[in-house]
Design a protein around this ligand. Structure first.
Ligand code: HMG
Ligand code: MG
Length: 316
């Protein structure tokens, strides 16, 4: 039997955080429900960040509370949290629901100092210091912690990022005890070559601590591609060849970090989850995803944002 690849759909969070119009809570909930039917492994439902920084997701607690009613036992829900205050909000959701609605929280930092400052008003070192109390409280309460590392290929402000820097911050995140390492090509600058160089640098530093090629032990390595130039699918194939078995996508290719936008360019969307799934399956791996329901989620994403979303690109 071919190896299983795990899929997280981040469209309700990464997708909707970058929309100019604030999407209604009920529409976000409907998208999450459809993604549950599509049987992705995990849904990044929302963020507990400052509503002044990301007003689009200020209703995170209401979205989670509504989604508690239909959360399947085999689909995980996660939330982005930048600090202890965000974690407290996540705890409150689970407490108020009387059940585990949020299974995992995701902290985020960057391989670029400039991006870290712009996105979180903190240096890389300051973000790592913020994570320490988040990690200890989350673990104490049985929540797992994913750590995102943004700008692993290039930064919208600093340009290309040295793979050795990605390896350095990845090592620091593993030293803190995160449960998952998620490497983000925030602006979709990656090529198969630069993706390989970056992954090889990380594996060269911390490979023995990572769960690669379904080894079954170690910290899972996740890849998070934005798809500016239509090369994300090729980068996924490259990463699969290097043993990566977890990826993020967004229904309809929505997405983008508002703080990765520059005056002349809006931050690009994530790889569309249907492109991601087709790429993985045509490369000889399996996913749990149900294609028809995923296509409905993509159509729903398009209706929600009021414009056509990325069309299926197909495998490279
Ligand atoms: P700050 O202004 O330095 O924070 O922002 P502060 O601690 O000085 O607090 C300022 C105000 O924010 C206070 O409120 C706090 O209570 C409040 P006030 O007293 O002024 O009324 N505050 C909060 N409110 C709600 N929830 C919280 C929270 N924390 C403080 N958790 C901060 C620092 C980190 C909060 C801010 O920079 C922030 O929220 N940044 C989030 C930016 C963001 O969400 N970016 C997008 C996600 S990252 C991404 O998309 C990349 C990714 O997809 C991977 C990839 O593609 O590479 C993950
Ligand atoms: Mg992203």
């Amino acid at each position: 039997m071919s190896e299983l690849v795990r899929i997280t759909d981040v469209s309700p969070r990464d997708g909707l955080q970058n929309e100019a119009e604030i999407v209604a809570t009920h529409a976000k909930v409907a998208l999450v429900r459809q993604l549950c039917l599509a049987h992705v492994d995990e849904i990044e439902v929302s963020s507990f960040v400052s509503p002044k920084w990301v007003p689009q997701l200020a209703d995170a607690a209401s979205v989670f509370a509504a989604c508690a009613a239909f959360k399947p036992t085999d689909v995980e829900f996660s939330a982005l949290v930048p600090n202890a205050k965000g974690l407290e909000s996540a705890f409150r959701v689970n407490h108020d629901a009387g059940s585990r609605v949020i299974d995992k929280v995701s902290v985020f930092t960057a391989a670029s100092e400039t991006f870290s400052k712009r996105n979180t008003n903190a240096s890389i070192a300051e973000t790592l210091a913020r994570f320490e109390p988040v990690l200890s409280s989350a673990k104490h309460s049985g929540l797992r912690v994913r750590a995102y590392l943004s700008c692993v290929i290039a930064c919208p402000f600093e340009g290309p990022i040295d793979p050795a820097q990605v390896a350095r911050v990845s090592t620091q995140l593993l030293d803190l005890g995160v449960d998952e390492l998620d490497l983000g090509d925030t602006i979709g600058a990656g090529t198969p070559q630069s993706t390989r160089a970056m992954i090889e640098a990380v594996v060269g530093s911390v490979g023995s601590r990572l769960d690669l090629a379904s080894k079954g032990s170690g910290v899972p390595l996740v890849l998070h591609f934005h798809d500016t130039f239509g090369r994300a699918a090729e980068c996924v194939v490259e990463a699969l060849g290097l043993g990566v078995r977890q990826f993020d996508g967004a229904a309809g290719g929505l997405g983008g970090c508002p703080y990765a936008s520059t005056p002349d360019r809006r931050a690009p969307g994530n790889i569309a989850t249907d492109t991601l799934v087709r790429t993985i399956e045509s490369t000889g791996y399996r996913t749990r995803v149900r294609g028809t329901d995923l296509a409905r989620a993509s159509a729903m994403a398009s209706t929600i944002v009021g414009r056509p979303v990325s069309q299926e690109r197909g495998p490279p």
